[in-house]
Design a protein around this ligand. Structure first.
Ligand SMILES: Cc1cc2nc3c(=O)[nH]c(=O)nc-3n(C[C@H](O)[C@H](O)[C@H](O)COP(=O)(O)OP(=O)(O)OC[C@H]3O[C@@H](n4cnc5c(N)ncnc54)[C@H](O)[C@@H]3O)c2cc1C
Length: 318
């Protein structure tokens, strides 16, 4: 058992970042309290605080290994919950312009396909099993509280499920709320400079929908990645996920193309240009899987801040 660094740590946000932070901190603090503004569902379903979760998410092998390092049971548990194992290179088809077909070769490792809500759900269950971690849902953190000399963060103020404002003291706080608004507010308040930001413009939109895998689905592949030619600009990704479903995604560079992608999503055979078109699969569109017909995301920009900076300035005197 490592030496404890403090009595209580607080994590703001119970997304993937918050959950893994809570697990990592649980060996070093007497208690870890995770405060999440959403009501956390008892099923693997999307929630309002993480709207991106409705989109297709791929957990690469490196990410899976990182999760296994923290949660040794993760791979078994996520597979038990319905994640689908795909052998990279032999069970996943790559359609590339100029290669018809792209050579298939067993690359010697698998990855697991599932929806992002399932990844989060399984990680949350494993975190809940830690005796010293408490997940408090419907608690929106409204402020970081600093020490009188402004040298440290000593707690948080949050609105609880009953709407009342509460304060909770801690020796260590992690801002895993994704946007970092609370951290920036605190830095402004105590007169410290904001961390440098890098903004990368992204002109990309996504459309994702779910389909039931038909009994006629081929058995020689499980996933398809269609890389578009420069002329068509129409790519696609199909992955098998829990509950015998395909999650199908079409990225598009313009608003118009994205709208078109949304329209054609309900017609799977037209989705990925070659393989899916040729097999003419009659998959059933599951309009009730997600609210609305499909979820659309528009990325204006990717904003990055120096992560280490946040941790240094959110650290309290211990
Ligand atoms: C369209 C899209 C596709 C993506 N595809 C992939 C992919 O294929 N593979 C991949 O690895 N990544 C992908 N990502 C990135 C991935 O979704 C994010 O990296 C990941 O969700 C970040 O996790 P997080 O825990 O830091 O933040 P989030 O998942 O955003 O969680 C933040 C949490 O903090 C809570 N919160 C916020 N403010 C407060 C507050 N004041 N008080 C309490 N709680 C609060 C929120 O409710 C939420 O639960 C994709 C992202 C998008 C947008």
């Amino acid at each position: 058992m490592p030496r404890l660094l403090g009595r209580r740590a607080i994590v703001v946000g119970a997304g993937i970042g918050g959950l893994v932070a809570a697990k990592a901190l649980s060996s070093y603090f007497g208690t870890v309290t995770v405060l999440e503004r959403d009501a956390l569902p008892s099923k693997p379903i999307a929630r309002t605080g993480t709207p991106q979760a409705r989109q297709i998410h791929v957990l690469l092998r490196g990410g899976l290994d990182a999760l296994i390092e923290l949660f040794p049971e993760f791979e078994t548990e996520v597979e038990r919950a319905g994640a689908v194992r795909v052998r990279v290179g032999s069970q996943s088809l790559l359609e590339m312009p100029g290669f018809d077909p792209f050579p298939r070769r067993d690359l010697g490792f698998d990855y697991l396909c599932m929806t992002r809500p399932l990844v989060e759900f399984v990680a949350r269950r494993l975190v809940e099993q830690q005796g010293n971690v408490g997940l408090k849902s419907r608690c929106r953190v409204t402020q970081f509280l600093e020490s009188p000399d402004h040298g440290a963060v000593v707690g948080v103020r949050y609105d609880g499920a009953n709407g009342r404002s509460n304060e909770l003291a801690a020796d260590f706080i992690v801002d895993a709320s994704s946007r970092g608004a609370l951290t920036l507010e605190l830095l402004d308040k105590v007169g410290l400079p904001r961390p440098p930001e890098t903004e990368i413009g992204i002109d990309l939109r996504y459309a994702t929908a779910m389909f039931e895998i038909p009994p006629s689905a081929p058995c020689d592949w499980r996933a398809v990645l269609h890389r578009p030619s420069a002329q068509s600009g129409r790519g696609g990704l199909l992955v098998p996920v829990e509950n015998n479903c395909w999650q199908v995604n079409r990225p598009a560079c313009t608003e118009g193309l994205c709208r078109k992608a949304l329209e054609t999503l309900s017609l799977l055979p037209r989705l990925c240009e070659r393989r899916l078109f040729m097999t003419r699969l009659r998959a059933r569109y599951l309009s009730d899987q997600f609210t609305g017909l499909a979820f659309r995301a528009a990325f204006a920009a990717d904003l990055r801040r120096l992560a280490a900076f946040r941790i240094v300035y959110c650290r309290s005197a211990m």
